[in-house]
Ligand binder design. Structure first.
Ligand code: 26Q
Length: 818
């Protein structure tokens, strides 16, 4: 970085601050600098953004629309600077004017428009699409409140609203003139047209405006800027309607306006057990109707020919079943507005929509009461009904062997609309998100559908953007990698494999060790600032960060901690490698047991952290409000990545990939993408343990295993469970009877006790391995080297070539005349 460059940039920042904040650079606050830099980035992006959409439009290229109820984008300034090639110069400039870059970037509110894996995946996909020059856009909802903010008070989770828009959000542009009307409820009237075809008219509907807010998605050092379009619900009522109406109607109007704005009011927290809330269904239809109307209007405006050609120009990927109403909505628009007959409309729809499944948990599958759908979306219900009738009729006549399972396949059955079934029947591709997950879908969960449509099912193992999750958050490691293998890996993450040549190079390993230590030191400081807990930077940083759910088994992790604590209490001179257990997890507000586990982690923490017998050998840290920004701080410092879900339950996992890429070693079950990580690195570079998916599924077939047997025979387990039941943790009357009962009286549905012994054993191997620095670092580097496969660039390439049939469309650089 030349000084010249940096000084020019400082000039730019100070000019910006003058115009935007009306201050000189000397008067500027940290926030002024943030606002100024963000505005500079917007200036840089503007032309590229316009040129990108012009190019797609003029060249009539095929485009993908990624429909998702969630986009967990996190902060955007630093990643936009990185992708725009401005990060280094900005960092230098900010430092030179006396500010700390990280603190400046932290002024951006972390956009939490997602729950976890599924929402973050959508954000990573957008980054890869733009970076690989693919014409692809996101469509989502501009929730006024993102996922709740978590506070911990006396070990209890408290939820606070996340009003992320309270300060100006610099990345969005409102496009009022591109709004659409969305209809709910009302009556459907049928008329015969002169040509004999049927016409449907809707009357007395509730109308809502969907107003788009666009966010630019900046490609990495290219000219592409794609769009994330988030819809906001607004009332159609204007001020003058208040005037003309009677006074007594005033509050009625306000009330109405308020209920409409509720549609994009807040993001529903995922408790992985499905609950049919009408407002959620409204949100889903709102997203889908606005997005499909937008897609069709673009198509027509660009004169791409008759809509029968739609599948050659557009592909719509639906992120889980949440946007699966896209299927009947596209049918509705094609038939009612464009006057296509059923068969043509069905062909178009079926060739345009593709569906990604993210779960096999049966309790999480979406189902809506048919009466609710019928009342809220009468025309949509008619169409779903027709899809169902035609599908079931086809089954009856063409597949006599399936006649007795029709109730399990029917889209409408037992008074409910089964969204996964609708999604499979209405789309041309159904994909799982890791190899094992897809196999389970094909062989178990969706077996009959797989028999019917074998060609539809395919796997697309998840990925993460290595730009954010390595290049941006771990500058030290990235620099080191580039020093030995050059910069190619940044564009071609698979080239990280070249690191294998250095995996036994002691000078290199030493540098890797230093970087990790540095990252751990920074995290240790952060932990101290936030919690007052002093952790040993030489201890093993053992990390489990993810939503709290029984199947993810944070409980197994904390049982391990209690076990070690008991061991140390029995024998205080025990020579163990010091460990720091780090947790981050939000529990769904209504998920009682999950909240109990949070309380347990805190109780164990307060016991362990201050016990003189433990002498700092164990520390337990729970970092509150786990979100994208917190993940960015923790992941570069992780030594151990805990991926310990009950086998068969975690569709893929993506935190496993993020930590692997940052040199952490995985302690994991044979579940989700862990298996693919193991296949790459080999057994000697990963710590796998526990039941396999086949074993778990076999147990379930026979009603589970006997948890009490383990309680009776394993005294370590008995001791822990009794401690939960009797409340020995601390002097408080804190006890954890609900957890105790769930395990012993509900027969340990997630096999915590069954996997306890192998888990303890594997951790003993971890401890031994950690003591041998060279071998450990070799494992760590081996993991980094193989992590390139888990770049979402690879995932997106696979979607693009196998499902979407999409071409890369590089955007030309602006010429001087333009
Ligand atoms: C449904 C109905 C009502 C309210 C909320 C929801 C809801 C919201 C979000 C249901 C599920 C989700 C999110 C699911 C999710 O994140 N699944 C994860 O997806 C990742 C990306 O594919 C996988 O890596 C994880 O294994 C999977 O658990």
């Amino acid at each position: 970085m030349t000084n010249h460059h940096v000084d020019d940039f400082i000039k730019r920042i100070s000019d910006k601050i003058e115009t935007v904040s009306g201050k000189t650079i000397d008067e500027a606050s940290e926030r002024d600098v943030y606002v100024g830099v963000a505005s500079i980035v917007n200036d840089e992006i503007k032309h590229k953004w316009i040129r990108t959409s012009d190019t797609y439009e003029k060249e009539k290229v095929k485009q993908v629309y990624y429909l998702s109820m969630e986009f967990l984008v996190g902060r955007l300034l630093e990643s936009n600077l990185l992708n725009g090639g401005l990060l280094d110069v900005t960092n230098e400039a900010i430092k030179k004017i006396g500010f700390e870059p990280k603190r400046v970037y932290a002024h951006e509110h972390d956009a939490g428009l997602g729950n976890g894996g599924l929402g973050r995946l959508a954000a990573c996909f957008l980054d890869s699409l733009a970076s690989l020059n693919y014409p692809g856009h996101g469509c989502g909802i501009r929730y006024r409140y993102g996922l709740f903010e978590q506070r911990i008070i006396h070990g209890h989770q408290i939820e606070l609203p996340d009003y992320w828009l309270k300060e100006d959000y610099p990345w969005e542009t409102r496009k009022g003139d591109e709004s659409f009307k969305i209809h709910f409820r009302g009556d459907v009237h049928m008329h015969k047209r002169i040509d004999g075809s049927l016409e449907f008219r809707y009357e007395n509907t509730d109308q809502v405006m969907a107003v788009p807010y666009d966010i630019p998605v900046v490609g990495y050092k290219n000219e592409t800027v794609n769009t994330l379009r988030l819809w906001s619900a607004e009332s159609i009522t204007r001020e003058k309607d208040y005037l003309t109406s009677q006074q007594s109607q005033y509050y009625h109007h306000l009330d109405h306006k308020h209920s409409i704005e509720q549609i994009s009011g807040f993001l529903y927290p995922d408790d992985s057990s499905y609950e049919g809330k009408e407002l959620r269904l409204k949100q889903q239809y709102f997203l889908v109707s606005a997005s499909i109307q937008h897609i069709l209007r673009q198509y027509k405006k660009q004169q791409r020919g008759p809509l029968t050609n739609l599948p050659e120009h557009v592909v719509i990927q639906i992120n889980d079943t949440h946007p699966s109403l896209a299927i009947p909505e596209l049918m509705r628009l094609l038939m009612d507005d464009e006057h296509y007959g059923w068969d043509d409309a069905w062909k178009i729809t079926n060739k345009t929509i593709a569906y990604t499944n993210h779960t096999t948990l049966s309790e999480a599958l979406e189902k809506w009461p048919k009466t609710m759908v019928e009342r809220l979306l009468p025309r949509i219900y008619m169409i779903i009904n027709e899809i169902n009738e035609r599908f079931c009729r086809g089954l009856w006549f063409d597949h006599p062997e399936l006649r007795n399972v029709i109730p399990e396949l029917a889209i409408i059955a037992d008074d409910q609309v089964h969204m996964a079934r609708l999604a499979i029947v209405g789309s041309f591709s159904v994909n799982g998100v890791a190899r094992l997950h897809t196999e389970i879908l094909k062989k178990k969960e969706m077996k009959n559908f797989y028999c019917l449509f074998p060609d539809r099912f395919n796997n697309k193992t998840n990925g993460i953007t290595h730009r954010r999750w390595l290049l941006q958050i771990n500058r030290g490691l990235s620099r080191l990698i580039t020093e030995v293998i050059g910069t190619n890996w940044i564009q071609r993450p698979n080239q990280l494999i070249s690191l294998l040549r250095y995996s036994k190079d002691s000078a290199f390993l030493e540098e890797v060790d230093k970087v990790k230590l540095h990252n751990k030191r920074e995290l240790a400081q952060f932990i101290y600032d936030r919690t007052g807990i002093a952790v040993d930077e030489y201890s093993i940083f053992d990390v489990q960060i993810k939503r709290l759910h029984e199947y993810k088994r944070q409980l197994l992790n904390i049982f391990h901690v209690i076990y070690l604590y008991n061991e140390l209490k029995d024998n205080p001179t025990l020579d163990i490698t010091p460990r720091t257990f780090i947790f981050g997890a939000k529990a769904a507000p209504s998920y009682h047991l999950a909240k109990e586990v949070i309380k347990l982690i805190h109780t164990v923490a307060s016991l362990v952290n201050y016990d003189p017998d433990i002498a700092g050998k164990l520390k337990v840290v729970f970092l509150e409000n786990y979100n994208v920004s917190l993940a960015e701080k923790i992941i570069p410092a992780a030594d151990i990545s805990e991926q310990i879900s009950t086998a068969s339950k975690e569709a893929s996992g993506t935190g496993n990939m993020k930590m692997m890429m940052n040199g952490a070693l995985t302690v994991g079950t044979m579940d989700g993408a862990n298996i693919e990580i193991r296949d790459l690195v080999g057994d000697q570079h990963i710590f796998m343990f526990g039941l396999t998916a086949d074993e778990v599924l076999a147990y379930y077939e026979y009603g589970g295993y006997n948890a009490r047997d383990i309680y009776n025979t394993d005294e370590r387990v008995r001791r822990i469970l009794n401690q939960l039941n009797e409340g020995v943790f601390g002097s408080q009357e804190i006890e954890f009877k609900d957890i105790y009962y769930n395990i012993l009286y509900h027969n340990d549905p997630y096999f915590v006790l069954k996997d306890f012994d192998p888990y303890i054993e594997i951790h003993e191997l971890v401890e031994q391995a950690y003591r041998d620095r060279t071998t450990w670092l070799n494992k760590s580097v081996t993991n980094i080297a193989y992590s390139g496969k888990f770049s979402s660039d690879r995932t997106i390439q696979e979607y693009a070539s196998k499902i979407w049939k999409l071409n890369q469309v590089p955007i030309n650089k602006a010429t001087d005349e333009q």
